[in-house]
Design a protein around this ligand. Sequence first.
Ligand code: NAG
Ligand code: NAG
Ligand code: NAG
Ligand code: NAG
Ligand code: NAG
Ligand code: NAG
Ligand code: NAG
Ligand code: NAG
Ligand code: NAG
Ligand code: NAG
Ligand code: NAG
Ligand code: NAG
Length: 641
Amino acid sequence: MAMANNTLFLFVFSLSLYNSLSQQPLPNASCNGVVVTYTYDGGYIIPPTETDPTNQAYRFESTLAVRNNGRETLKSWKSFVRFQYNELLVSITGGVLAVATVMPAPVGNGTELVGSPVTDLKSAIETAGDVTQMEAYIKLVGTQFGNGNLSSVLPANLSLSNEGYSCPVPSIQGNVMQVCCIVSELTDGGAYRLEQNFEPLQNGDLTIMYDVLSSYDTNYWAQVTISNHNPVGRLENWKLSWDWTREEFIYTMKGAYPHVLDTNDCIFGQQGQHYKELDFSQVLSCERRPTITDLPPTRANDSNLGRIPFCCRNGTILPPGMDPSKAMSIFQMQVYKMPPDLNRTALFPPQNWKINGTWSSDFECGVPVAVTPTQFPDPNGLPSEKSAVASWQVVCNVTHFKEQKPKCCVSFSAFYNDSVVPCRTCACGCNDNPSQTCNSNEPALLLPSRALLVPFENRTSDALDWASTKRFTVPNPPPCGDNCGVSINWHVLSDYRNGWTARITIFNWGENEFVDWFATVQLDKAMPGFEKVYSLNGSAITDPNNTIFMQGFKDLNYLLAETDRANPRKDPRIPGTQQSVISFTKKTTPLIKVAAGDGFPTKVLFNGEECALPSIIPSRTSRKTITANVIFGLLPVLLLL
Ligand SMILES: *[C@@H]1O[C@H](CO)[C@@H](O)[C@H](O)[C@H]1NC(C)=O
Ligand SMILES: *[C@@H]1O[C@H](CO)[C@@H](O)[C@H](O)[C@H]1NC(C)=O
Ligand SMILES: *[C@@H]1O[C@H](CO)[C@@H](O)[C@H](O)[C@H]1NC(C)=O
Ligand SMILES: *[C@@H]1O[C@H](CO)[C@@H](O)[C@H](O)[C@H]1NC(C)=O
Ligand SMILES: *[C@@H]1O[C@H](CO)[C@@H](O)[C@H](O)[C@H]1NC(C)=O
Ligand SMILES: *[C@@H]1O[C@H](CO)[C@@H](O)[C@H](O)[C@H]1NC(C)=O
Ligand SMILES: *[C@@H]1O[C@H](CO)[C@@H](O)[C@H](O)[C@H]1NC(C)=O
Ligand SMILES: *[C@@H]1O[C@H](CO)[C@@H](O)[C@H](O)[C@H]1NC(C)=O
Ligand SMILES: *[C@@H]1O[C@H](CO)[C@@H](O)[C@H](O)[C@H]1NC(C)=O
Ligand SMILES: *[C@@H]1O[C@H](CO)[C@@H](O)[C@H](O)[C@H]1NC(C)=O
Ligand SMILES: *[C@@H]1O[C@H](CO)[C@@H](O)[C@H](O)[C@H]1NC(C)=O
Ligand SMILES: *[C@@H]1O[C@H](CO)[C@@H](O)[C@H](O)[C@H]1NC(C)=O
């Protein structure tokens, strides 16, 4: 009953707000600032049909228009739309979300939209009133919840969020919401306003700077700097792509290379017509959306392609804490422009940036934002700084797609239990076609510790023997393997009054070795007692919290590939391994229950990628059975190394 009253009250309240707002005339024509208009273009009810009309889903289509009626160019415009009906955005045309998000994007609490590819809006003065250059439109399609009434489809608020502008309460008329935002009073004159044109640098997992180093009427040199800021993030063989939106093409590049060298589009296109004298056989790429890859280390000193600091590492970018000099990649390129941009001040960065790599997370990148031109050390070594002509920043953050499969997995074992809890069945995926030979739904069979060193396809007899010795039931067909290229065994090695130890073993079952690998292990309760990692370079880090960061010792940081043994007919292949004991004290954690779960990690990453954890831990039988030989169960690994 109380709830019904509340709903009624809210409903009446929103109606009265709606009525009071809608009485004001739209400021459109009289606005000397920036007019932001949100128009609800239509929508209809979509399934499922709800009995509760306040919770019904509706499709909506609307338009966000931003028009610069002011005196000056509006650079990198951005508008905040305070949605209020649990909206989900499904498609955006003419713009993007300022904080890159995977569609459908939940925006029920409001969202910031920015123009793309048109980021700047010229003033009427600059364009003799050319509305096409003064105005930008974003078409939005999405889902909202409510009763579908006209009074319940508009956002709660609308504003321009560029610094230096202020917006009053918006007006509403029918299906249109509009607000006139004006330049706020400046306290110290024009100089301040000049600064305001630039946005401050932003943080993110990965930032990309697009610095124009020198500019000529027909072309410019740009330097692209990719920097990793994520303490456990990493890229391998990075691939960077973007859209040219103004028919530009890449003439030369140093420090990286376009994936496809194809100049046909230019030769037979507008570019060929315009640059009649240019030798297009020298042009690198005319693709509208080129994909750029790093050069291999062998090209670092190549006088044509290399000689760029921080280039040419085959696309590897490490976490900043591991080696700051390997946490960024730089390349330079010469870009040719097309009319009407043949003016050294007409500079437009490419749009729709995307970066990815093998063995690394996916990133979502925001739009390039104009920032204060980057200062570089003087190339002649003088104690002064040289400024870029213009700079833009693209911020990319890690996104986790739901369907993304792990690339590594973890097995658990302990001195008090002679069975290993192996990696989960299909931890890194299984064949989509239901196979007759293995079962993808059954939990993995417990294993004897010696089986951990054997490739999955050769450990069946071990697993079956173990099951019959231990009287475990074996499903038919037996469970599938984990299909992971890398697996990590976490073994609780000892647990005594003042401390405990664990041993981590990393197995590489793939065909390629890992150079400069790293692994992180998060232990929630046990971390305050962390003492030392013995055979690897290990340290506690705080971001992420309660985590041990491990890498190989300097110059020994390799995880070898799986290899054949001396007698491949008789002996199965052997994985590349790295292993270390880790010690913990109980002084700071006297209440820790190692065997009850506190001694097992809650999150494990290898090269920045999260590994699948088992769902159970080795349990201790109620009878106190300490079997000394089990402590040494995994020693063969050490002997084989
Ligand atoms: C008001 O704004 C809309 C959208 O920006 C535009 O289409 C319309 O022409 C404007 N009306 C006037 C009177 O300026
Ligand atoms: C990336 O994440 C940072 C916080 O870690 C946030 O401030 C920033 O807005 C995000 N940027 C994008 C483009 O998603
Ligand atoms: C909106 O904000 C509330 C409270 O901060 C939060 O619980 C909710 O998850 C948010 N919804 C969305 C879609 O971000
Ligand atoms: C829309 O609101 C009116 C009251 O303002 C109400 O009578 C009507 O039933 C509502 N329509 C829908 C589809 O909920
Ligand atoms: C709408 O947004 C403007 C600008 O951010 C703000 O000043 C105003 O208080 C907001 N109004 C409401 C009702 O939230
Ligand atoms: C490139 O030159 C530097 C300095 O002369 C040298 O240290 C490095 O080994 C060279 N690299 C290659 C791949 O030749
Ligand atoms: C560079 O990466 C490629 C895969 O893209 C690999 O085949 C090659 O061996 C790597 N080269 C070096 C020197 O690491
Ligand atoms: C280049 O652009 C600037 C500013 O937009 C303008 O003042 C100048 O006349 C232009 N130059 C040419 C050659 O068009
Ligand atoms: C990375 O991006 C490129 C082009 O954008 C695409 O061709 C490639 O398949 C992507 N690779 C991965 C591993 O997602
Ligand atoms: C990290 O963990 C400590 C102790 O468990 C806690 O006090 C702190 O708030 C945590 N920090 C973050 C960022 O979660
Ligand atoms: C291991 O399994 C593979 C794949 O089934 C097989 O080709 C190979 O002969 C086996 N090796 C041994 C030593 O049994
Ligand atoms: C070892 O641990 C597994 C998994 O928790 C359990 O099923 C098994 O009974 C344990 N074995 C002994 C001997 O305690």
